[in-house]
Design a protein around this ligand. Structure first.
Ligand SMILES: Cc1cc2nc3c(=O)[nH]c(=O)nc-3n(C[C@H](O)[C@H](O)[C@H](O)COP(=O)(O)OP(=O)(O)OC[C@H]3O[C@@H](n4cnc5c(N)ncnc54)[C@H](O)[C@@H]3O)c2cc1C
Length: 467
């Protein structure tokens, strides 16, 4: 027997009464547009898409769907890479109409925003305050703050500034029982019992729907400089990265691209990079003299490890050019590969070089092409498993290689996801990832969402939750 109810005419009447006819759609084009994200995991159509404008509307949708056992999925920018589309159908809440900055609390260095606000827009608005929200995903122009909080996104600057979780001071969220609760504080630290704020960050829409978020902000750096360097081999590049971190140099970004990716972005963006086995990008933030001192030491380490062709970018335009190379990695790969699966593993720093070699070894064994980039200052590797063909069989092969890589990460004390989340892609690893605490994770889910209406099949299978 089917566990979930299908969305009926009565349900649509309820939703239309609550939201108005302009804020819901069952049009095929709309359902299809909301049935995929950036993860290549097939089409999963919702039965209806809704665009609430008020937090109370979100909580009423959840209360109603919980009573009727209708699945509810939330969507921000749809750039997720772990597979969070509505695999059980139901209602899809799009947050795109809840996209305002509510209040910049300049003196408190905080901001209150609605969840559908695009990351890049927030930082543009904050510029005039001399403030910014640092986690800097490569999807910055499209992803929303709600999506970032739900995935604990991070990216290019995490090595200095940390991840989204480090910046969420509080939120308002709607829960399946229909409640709308504020959780958290306006202070930078607290010791006040269980930390529900941190627990909800990274929950991928499985515990509640964020309707407002309070973020801590940082002061825009006085000065920033970026350098790129090229290496004859991957091992020399990873050793360089290791030594930059180990010597405690104050870098704000420490990125790696292997030789294939370096060539691909150079051709894609017309950058004229030299032929190399790997390249790294290093950025430093601070006063001009501190940045100069840090990067001078970085250059010494690069040279000690055979680095060459060092490019220095001091002004905004030349820094942007170098960062465009890094941000161009995903589209550059898509130009050359029709099917693509991206890993998001993270390993202890001492394992970095070994982990990159492991990716090529797994690729060879599975007959799959693989290219590596990543936020190596943190040990976060995005292996890109690629094929020039399309089709289910090809995709299966890429996933097999990626799965083996995830198991490798767990075996060395790492994690299957550093920033993209679990989703449908990696839920099979969740028990292995938390061998002695998996039952506690399930208990949390059951306590907050006993009927498993929130993002069912994402992170946990429905049978496991409803037992
Ligand atoms: C080219 C490219 C580059 C990327 N680079 C990075 C990177 O550098 N770092 C990184 O961390 N990620 C990266 N990503 C992945 C992705 O952009 C992030 O995971 C981002 O945080 C997703 O935001 P979104 O608004 O698109 O969320 P969506 O894809 O819409 O949703 C993602 C998850 O968040 C949940 N969600 C969304 N809004 C809410 C809400 N209001 N309440 C509760 N749950 C919600 C959804 O249900 C879903 O589970 C990249 C993706 C692409 C395509």
């Amino acid at each position: 027997m089917r566990y979930f109810s299908r969305v009926s005419e009565n349900d649509l009447d309820f939703l239309e009464g609550l939201l108005g006819s302009r804020n819901l759609s069952t049009r095929e084009e709309e359902l299809i547009a909301n049935s995929i994200d950036a993860y290549q995991g097939g089409f999963h159509k919702p039965e209806v898409v809704v665009w609430p404008e008020e937090p109370e509307q979100v909580s009423q949708i959840l209360r109603y769907c919980n009573e009727r056992r209708i699945p509810v999925y939330t969507r921000g920018g749809g750039t997720g890479l772990s597979g969070t589309t509505p695999i059980h159908g139901g209602v899809l809440i799009s947050t795109v109409k809840m996209n305002r900055i509510i209040e910049v609390m300049d003196r408190d260095m905080q901001v209150r925003v609605q969840p559908g606000l695009i990351y890049e827009r927030l930082n543009k608005e904050l510029e005039s305050h001399g403030l910014f929200f640092p986690p800097d995903p490569a999807s910055a122009s499209y992803c929303t703050i709600g999506g970032m909080v739900a995935c604990n996104a991070s990216g290019l600057k995490a090595v200095k500034y940390g991840t989204t979780r480090d910046y969420v001071l509080g939120f308002q969220a709607a829960f399946p029982d229909g409640s709308l609760r504020r959780v958290g504080f306006h202070t930078f630290k607290y010791s006040t019992g269980y930390d529900l704020v941190k627990m909800m960050v990274g929950s991928q829409g499985t515990l509640g729907v964020f309707t407002e978020i309070t973020l801590r902000l940082r002061t825009l750096p006085e000065h920033a400089e970026t350098i790129a360097a090229f290496f004859p081999s991957i091992r020399l590049a990873t050793e360089t990265i290791y030594h930059i971190v180990r010597r405690g140099l104050d870098v704000a970004a420490l990125e790696f691209m292997d030789g294939w990716m370096t060539r691909a972005v150079s051709e894609f963006k017309g950058l004229g990079f030299p032929e190399a086995g790997a390249m790294i990008l290093v950025e430093s933030h601070g006063t001009r003299s501190a940045v100069r001192e840090t990067l001078s030491r970085v250059r010494d380490i690069i040279r000690e490890h055979g680095g060459f062709g060092i490019m220095e970018a001091e002004d905004e335009a030349s820094r942007k050019r170098l960062w465009d190379a890094r941000r161009g990695a995903y589209p550059a790969t898509l130009r050359l590969a029709k099917t693509l699966v991206i890993s998001d593993i993270i390993v202890p720093l001492s394992r970095l070089a070994e982990a990159v070699e492991k990716a090529y070894e797994i690729g060879d064994r599975h007959g799959v092409k693989v290219y590596c980039i990543g936020h190596f200052g943190d040990g976060n590797i995005h292996a890109h498993w690629c094929a020039e063909e399309r089709g289910d069989e090809v995709l299966r092969k890429l996933h097999e290689a990626n799965d083996e890589y995830s198991l490798y990460a767990i075996s060395v004390g790492g994690a299957v996801s550093a920033e993209h989340g679990i989703g449908t892609e990696k839920k099979k690893f969740l028990r292995l990832q938390h061998p002695e605490a998996y039952d506690l994770l399930l208990k949390v889910k059951r306590m907050i969402d006993p009927n498993c209406i929130l993002s069912p099949g994402i992170m946990f299978d429905v049978d496991e939750v409803i037992g």
